[in-house]
Write a new protein. Sequence first.
Length: 134
Amino acid sequence: MDIQSKAQELADALVQSDAYKKLNKARETVESHEAARIMLRDFHKKQEKLQQQQAEGQEITQDQMEEVRKLYEIMNINPYLRELMEAEFEFGSLMMEVQEILGKTLGFQTEDSQADAEEPVVEAPVKRLWTPGN
């Protein structure tokens, strides 16, 4: 059995999945809207800055966390970015499922160890429509 060809089959199946198609469409939509593209770029820059700060052993302040949280809320108002975040969440969930299957099959992850491990809390973006006064 050729492992590389099986991996390619998996990759091809992922590319054909609804979750991947939705993600690509959402990325293209964001790229075609300048304001959304700039907002996303700025958010990623702030995230990278905080990750670098954390990697260097510097503590992230409450003000910095609040700034990122507010920016995330603003992004969630933008319909193009909200769709992208939802698509990223959906595709990320699919990738996690694939990773769990591989981990269990290879013996890296057992049913018992998974039950004992604390489940990470991941929140899907909330759909909201902005109205004046919100």
